[in-house]
Design a protein around this ligand. Sequence first.
Ligand code: CDP
Length: 224
Amino acid sequence: MGSFVVAIDGPAASGKGTLARRLAKRFGLAHLDTGKLYRATAFLVLQAGGDPGDSTAATVAAGRVEPALLADPRLLGEAVANASSLVAAVPAVRAALLAFQRDFADRPPGGARGAVLDGRDIGTAVFPDAAVKLFVTASREARAKRRFRELRQRGAAAIYGDVLQDMKERDARDSSRRVAPLAAAPDAITLDTTGLDADQAFELASDLIARALADRQPSSDKRG
Ligand code: CDP
């Protein structure tokens, strides 16, 4: 039986990352925040003094992304976030990062039985056959408020109006690009977290995963 994959997609600051992390922990699955791959690519371009809109520089950087870089706190800033959606529109960047994502889920670290991946195109392009697909969303204002709070909590100087404007531009770019745009897969279940707190979203998603895991058991196991 193949690895059990949970695909969680959604726009910026929709709450998909927190949800993915908690679900992975509850079900003993590995977790990959795929946005970090694009952020790391953008970071390497910026660090080399390059232009994130230059597809050659972005493609070279994507080939240099190492797992250790994904935990670097320098990936969390808004400048890197904005640049990440520029490099993410380059087809060769996406192709270079695809293998990393598929390897992660096929051979999850720590011998886990599967993986939770969160991003923009996991259910549509990276794992169209994922066992569970969620599309997590919230109003743009709710998301901008969350991101603003996160930035302030980390001690970053953030202005709410700028965060809202950046998010608007990034969502538009992510949704309109030609390759793997941000979209809900036709068979994804949408969770709108505007009026839902993190625990409610977690419980709803947990039920879906528990059901999918039970369906995977060979029928002899189920009879017990
Ligand atoms: O944390 P936040 O939701 O703001 O963004 P992220 O998940 O870290 O993703 C940063 C950027 O990477 C996005 O704006 C997308 O342009 C890109 N991305 C992508 O194209 N495909 C993915 N699977 C994940 C992220």
